[in-house]
Design a protein around this ligand. Structure first.
Ligand SMILES: NCCCC(=O)O
Length: 768
């Protein structure tokens, strides 16, 4: 049926394809299209000799293929159309807009806001009254900044419109340094990937970038997951039909209207101002209507029997303006034709002829039509209707709106607007609106952005270990005093008292390093310094002590292995010193050549903590491992030294020359140190990210080791000096086990030891 109201001389027709079914329903445009035609055809100053009408309305089903199908049907009819109104949602419009210019007709859309349609090379004859979703990202980013949010989750329906909006959001977010966690879900696909993300609950601000039925499902699912209330903010496109959330309208029954009302309350979003009829309801537009009258008439029409089953369209004003744009465009064209004005279209094929004689192959008329539509400029019900070079309207004002429900009704309130300018964008609350009217509690909810904190070790651990290490240092000072005061006692002279200074120094360094292992400064840079210091202090202290023990072990082992040799076996002081220096140096070279990598990594002991204010806290620790190779080298090196010591200690297990060779104490040190070394190695390689366990075990190992070296070296000597101040019994208890008996006569050891103590020329491995 052809729709035209008042007949003039000739009739002009446009095609009308819209999405009557599918993801986006724009059937509610029919009454306003009819209303616009009625008003246009009543006018004498517009399309004077013509009656404008559309052939019939066709359903693009908001689908790519259905839309193309309808378009081909339309252009293959006998009746020629001069323009196309359509084709509903962006998904349906895009493919038709790509080919409609081959039929030389202009296409005007009122419900296709995809950014993709900006491409003039592809969509040559395309115009639209709807504003493109160009500034949605910028406006959202501005709101994020305004409310102090840093991150947002976004679930996007896999459709052209939303894919492009997602790009616009992520570009704007990147510019502002905001975090976007996006999921794209196919239409009809499962929403689980979005909700099952590990960190889904961390995102308290979520944007649904989708058509209404998809949004319904997301909100419904969010309800059952408890993702609503004052702690969550959902952001929606704000151009949905007024009743989109109702169970009946959405065709969805997983949630009740009550549930959806609960979900809707507080939901906010942004939408270009030009989507809606003028806010100032007293301005009379080109159509002769004010926005108030338009709204009243629309609601009145929707009650009429022929329209009663249609879904109210939130953007009906754009459909109304689109019909007016077609009328004005055709009117301009008819005047150009009347005056023979074909400027810019001269070289094209086809005759300049009245509009009623237009056919799809007439490029000249097609060109005039396109040019005429480009010149359209009038005040529509939604604002100024004029097209830029890419066929879209200019609009840089984005409205910020919020659903507010009371009882069983829900209203959409505009609370602010973002004005997007080339350099910056500005958000302003509307009069009477503020954070207080927007949020329960008067301030924006927490966005779930984790607060990063550097974890420090438990204070009890730090205190206990520091006190113990302090006691250790006091003990080292006492040993030092003892070593100085009693340096002329036989028990010390017989055991290279000077080397004891190195043990004292090494142990003190180990005690000091305990503090560096247990205390963790809050500043990452200071932590790095601590990290560097502690690994070096540990190696230095350990090797000083163990170097002395090893060199002494070797001395005894060497003497007793060469006891039968004719030539006197002499081990000089400097030889032992050289061994110790060598041992220390090699490890320090390993430590210093291995690159120390500082990394701030998630604390495995406390990966995620919610603090008293409900904020998510991510704890981090600074780890400062050398490269694994250098760590392996360093511990491997210590392990090899340990094995050598065990080997020698094992072979001397039956030697017992009291006070001279300390073989029992040395053996005890070596065996106990083996266990400590294993503990340190395991801690270093396995527990480096569990900072408290690491500090506790490594610190314990160091305390044991330092005390072991000091204690076993000095306590027997202190006892000895106390009970045997003159060293009289020093050489009376000499036993040599089976393995050594064959090699040495006890009298010889005694004699040679004795000679040393008496400060004579001596050769049994004593320092000279
Ligand atoms: N404002 C409705 C947009 C729908 C679409 O572009 O598909």
């Amino acid at each position: 049926t052809s729709v035209s109201v008042f007949k003039k001389n000739s009739s002009l027709q446009f095609g009308y394809i819209t999405s009557l079914t599918g993801s986006f329903i724009a059937s509610g445009s029919i009454p306003v299209v009819d209303l616009a035609l009625k008003l246009i055809n009543e006018r004498n100053d517009l399309l004077e000799n013509y009656t404008l009408g559309y052939t019939d309305f066709l359903d693009s089903k908001c689908s790519y293929t259905s839309s193309l199908d309808q378009f081909f049907k339309l252009v293959n009819r006998n009746a020629t159309i001069l323009a196309l109104l359509g084709c509903g949602c962006s998904t349906a419009t895009i493919p038709v807009a790509e080919i409609s210019h081959y039929w030389n007709i202009p296409q005007v859309a009122f419900a296709s806001s995809s950014l993709a349609l900006f491409d003039r090379h592809r969509y040559r004859n395309f115009f639209r009254t709807i504003i493109a979703q160009r500034f949605i990202g910028t406006a959202l980013a501005q709101l994020m900044v305004e409310f102090g949010w840093k991150q947002m989750g976004v679930i996007t329906q896999d459709e052209a419109l939303f894919q492009n909006t997602l790009v616009s959001i992520s570009t704007a977010f990147k510019t502002r340094g905001l975090v976007l966690n996006g999921y794209v879900i196919k239409t009809g696909g499962s929403l689980d990937p979005f909700f099952a993300r590990n960190d889904a609950m961390n995102f308290r601000i979520n944007k649904i970038n989708a058509y209404p039925s998809f949004s319904y499902q997301v909100l419904c699912k969010a309800y059952y997951r408890g993702m609503y209330g004052s702690k969550y903010v959902w952001i929606l496109p704000m151009w949905y039909a007024p009743d989109w959330w109702k169970t009946v309208s959405s065709g969805n029954c997983s949630c009740t209207d009550d549930i959806m009302l609960q979900m809707l309350n507080g939901i906010m979003g942004v939408v270009p101002e030009g989507f809606f009829p003028l806010e100032n309801e007293s301005i009379v537009t080109y159509s002769g209507l004010t926005s108030r009258i338009f709204a009243d008439q629309y609601h009145f029409l929707l009650q009429e029997p022929k329209y009663e089953n249609l879904t109210e369209l939130g953007i009906a004003g754009l459909a109304f303006d689109a019909v007016w744009a077609i009328a004005v465009g055709l009117d301009i064209a008819s005047k150009k034709i009347l005056f023979g004005n074909e400027t810019g279209c001269e070289k094209l094929s086809g005759e300049i002829a009245p509009l009623e004689y237009f056919n799809y192959t007439n490029k000249k008329l097609g060109c005039i039509l396109k040019q005429s539509f480009s010149e359209v400029n009038f005040l529509g019900i939604t604002g100024d209707i004029a097209f830029t070079l890419n066929g879209s309207r200019l609009d840089n004002v984005i409205l910020c709106r919020q659903y507010r429900s009371s009882g069983t009704t829900v209203n959409i309130m505009t609370f602010g607007r973002v004005t997007v300018e080339s350099q910056r964008s500005i958000f302003k609350f509307l009069k009477g609106e503020s954070n207080t009217s927007l949020w329960i509690g008067g301030s924006p909810p927490y966005d779930g952005y984790p607060v990063d904190r550097l974890h420090s070790n438990h204070i009890v651990l730090v205190v206990i270990y520091s006190l113990t290490a302090g006691c250790g240092i006091v003990f080292a000072v006492l040993c030092l005093t003892f070593n100085i005061v009693y340096s002329n006692k036989k028990v010390l002279m017989a055991n290279n008292a000077k080397l004891n200074y190195l043990i004292i120094l090494g142990s003190a360094v180990l005690y000091i390093s305990v503090f560096f292992f247990s205390y963790t400064p809050y500043n990452p840079k200071t932590q790095e310094v601590f990290c560097n210091s502690r690994s070096r202090l540990f190696s230095l202290g350990y090797n000083l002590c163990f170097g002395v023990i090893l060199s002494r072990t070797w001395r005894i082992y060497y003497i007793f292995s060469n006891i039968k040799a004719k030539k006197k076996v002499g081990i000089k002081n400097w030889m032992l010193l050289l061994i110790i220096i060598g041992i220390v140096l090699i490890d320090l070279i390993i430590i210093f050549t291995g690159r120390i990598k500082h990394a701030i990594v998630r604390d495995q002991e406390h990966p995620l903590v919610v603090d008293d204010n409900g904020r998510i806290v991510h704890y981090f620790v600074v780890i400062c491992n050398s490269s694994i190779i250098s760590e392996l080298f360093s511990f491997g090196y210590k392990g090899i030294l340990q094995l050598c010591a065990i080997f020698m200690a094992f072979h001397m297990r039956n030697v017992n020359v009291k006070a001279l060779n300390e073989s029992k104490e040395i053996a005890a040190i070596i065996y106990i140190n083996s266990i400590v070394l294993v503990m340190l190695g395991v801690t270093e390689f396995v527990l480096d990210r569990s900072h408290n366990a690491y500090a506790a075990l490594f610190g314990l190992g160091l305390l044991i080791d330092a005390t072991l070296f000091l204690g076993f070296t000095f306590i027997p000597k202190i006892f000895n000096v106390y009970f045997n101040p003159h060293g009289g019994k020093l050489f009376t208890n000499t036993k040599i086990g089976k393995s050594m008996q064959s090699k040495v006569a006890p009298e010889r050891i005694q004699d040679e030891d004795h000679c040393k103590i008496k400060n004579t020329s001596c050769s049994i491995g004593t320092l000279q």
